[in-house]
Ligand binder design. Structure first.
Ligand SMILES: Cc1cc2nc3c(=O)[nH]c(=O)nc-3n(C[C@H](O)[C@H](O)[C@H](O)COP(=O)(O)O)c2cc1C
Length: 324
């Protein structure tokens, strides 16, 4: 059967290592791509957490693999300094020959225009049909469907419900969330998804530079240990239940909650929360034990050991071969 995702990305296995703040160090991105999956760079992680110059980080990936990898662009508007950075990162990604962009938030139209002029495909993160339609109107090539099992910022609908809502849209759909092993992978492919995007599974690999305590927590946890909090970004994020994350409650206080709902203050409040949690997450990597805020999705129940990232891709490839 033709798999449009494989045609778009030119990879052998329909498995994406999703962008992660923190978690997407260049060595991990390269290991996934080298094994035949698609590693995706998170530029803020690359430069701010792991302290690579963006171009040098991309060149490090290229020194480790000559296979395709992607770059994620979070389209936050309104901050001139960030917007300038975004354009610089995009220029570099194009110059360095990246052929896959994954966009999050915002309207991806201007990215699609630049990307298509340079032979680059663009997939966009969506959580509902409304956002899917906007992305299609902007000309994207595929949709990354973030569901309610995902680690990091979480969607609201199950993988099944998202498929029912989106299957007629005629673009490749990637299932982002809750896939921990090859059985989960086959299950979502059989629902009709063209590929999976995983974060949590790849955190618990040899190449990922997060503390061992984080990897062990993923291996120990089961689905019921995953809780939702809106304290990290103002929207729902999935994290492992720990005393640190439960300190003071999982949800913001009533005043913050009120301000998050007001159109005039919503953006500011989200920015405050996001900047605060970015600092905390950076310390998760650079100062292990500082604060145990561990983002993870519901696939944790099926993640039972730390393995090399390439082994994850290889196992999934074999499973894919059995049904392709
Ligand atoms: C620690 C962590 C950080 C993440 N950071 C980002 C991010 O910065 N940008 C983004 O688009 N997605 C981010 N994600 C989402 C992943 O790219 C991916 O879609 C998600 O992890 C899939 O769900 P899973 O964790 O259940 O596999 C993050 C996920 C995790 C677990």
């Amino acid at each position: 059967m033709i798999n449009q995702f494989l045609i778009d990305t030119k990879v052998a296995t329909p498995v994406v290592c999703g962008p992660m703040y923190p978690g997407s160090n260049p060595e991990l991105v390269a290991a996934v791509s080298e094994a035949g999956g698609l590693g995706v760079v998170q530029p803020i992680t690359m430069t701010y957490v792991y302290k690579h110059d963006f171009r040098e980080g991309i060149q490090l990936i290229k020194s480790l693999t000559d296979k395709p990898f992607g770059v994620n662009f979070t389209l936050l508007a309104g901050n001139k300094r960030y917007e300038k950075r975004l354009h610089q990162w995009m220029d570099i990604a194009i110059e360095e020959g990246t052929k896959f962009f994954l966009t999050s938030l915002g309207n991806p139209r201007w990215v699609v225009d630049r990307a298509h002029q340079n032979g680059i495909v663009v997939y966009h993160d969506i959580t509902t049909r409304k956002y899917a339609q906007k992305a299609i109107d902007a000309g994207v090539d595929g949709l990354n469907c973030v569901n309610n099992r995902a680690g990091g910022q979480t969607g609201l609908a199950s993988p099944e419900d998202m498929m029912n809502e989106l299957h007629d849209l005629k673009l490749p759909l990637v299932c982002a969330g809750g896939v921990g092993n090859e059985t989960d992978f086959i299950k979502v492919l059989e629902m009709g998804y063209a590929a999976v995007q995983m974060g949590t599974r790849f955190l618990a690999t040899n190449e990922c530079i997060v503390p061992e305590s984080y990897k062990e927590a993923i291996i120990r946890a089961n689905e019921n240990d995953i809780v939702w909090t809106n304290k990290l970004a103002g929207t729902i994020s999935s994290v492992i239940r720990t005393p640190d994350i439960e300190k003071g409650g999982l949800m913001v206080n009533p005043i913050f909650s009120f301000l998050l709902k007001q159109p005039s203050t919503k953006k500011l409040m989200r920015t405050i929360l996001l900047l605060r949690s970015m600092e905390q997450h950076k310390k998760v990597v650079n100062r292990p034990g500082y604060d145990q805020i561990w983002q993870a999705g519901k696939g944790v129940g099926n993640i039972v050991e730390k393995v090399p990232a390439g082994e994850v891709v290889k196992t999934f490839h074999e499973a894919y071969q059995s049904i392709a």
